[in-house]
Design a protein around this ligand. Structure first.
Ligand code: SF4
Length: 195
């Protein structure tokens, strides 16, 4: 009986002390919030959110598409950059990753997908084929995605290493952070639209 009352007394004293700690913590937080204020520019906060939550649409048409998959996997872990939420719907994506050879037949589809993405949107051209047609100097291969859509970052290689793709993502993040002007994007016109 005595030990019961002792243990219930100990319990109640622990509860009391945790309640008073909470009160002290709240008081300290209140005092702290009065003693300083954090300021930032709204566009800096928005850019912070944008660059750390890009949702990529992988337009993988060839071997580079396979390499891109490894960037998403646990070893390279694109999630560290907040860009692992892959979407196959242009209306839910803001980062188009062109990974592979683009034929002339595919080009209008690529343009349509780009147009369906919401603003602000960005494009990474991954690998030699997407950036310049690669070794396909042929009539049926588009000699670079930038012939039809505005490209922000080119990642070299055949295929590029996952590290190079991550470097491309970080380059794009820096561009968003610095509000880098993008005349190639601002002056872009759909090449398939009649003038
Ligand atoms: S750049 Fe090389 S790896 Fe990438 S799609 Fe072209 S041939 Fe394949």
């Amino acid at each position: 009986m005595a030990s019961d009352s002792l243990s219930s007394g100990a319990l109640s004293s622990t509860q009391n002390s945790s309640a008073s700690n909470m009160a002290l913590g709240t008081q300290a937080a209140d005092d702290m919030s009065r003693s300083f204020a954090m300021t930032s520019k709204l566009d800096a906060v928005i850019a912070w959110g944008r660059r750390n939550s890009m949702w990529p649409l992988p337009y993988g048409t060839a071997c580079c598409g396979i390499e891109l998959m490894s960037v998403m996997g646990p070893r390279y872990d694109l999630a560290r950059f907040g860009a692992e939420v892959v979407r196959f719907s242009p209306r839910q994506s803001d980062l188009l990753v062109v990974a592979g050879t683009i034929t002339e037949k595919m080009a209008p589809i690529l343009v349509r997908i780009y147009e369906q993405m919401l603003e602000p949107k960005y494009v990474i051209s991954m690998g030699a084929c997407a950036s310049s047609g690669g070794f396909y100097r042929a009539y049926h291969v588009l000699q670079g995605a930038d012939k039809v859509i505005p490209v922000d970052v080119y990642v070299p290689g055949c295929p590029p290493t996952p590290e190079a793709v991550l470097d491309g993502i970080m380059t794009l993040q820096k561009m968003i952070k610095d509000h880098t002007p993008r005349p190639w994007k601002d002056n872009w016109k759909n090449p398939y639209e009649q003038a």
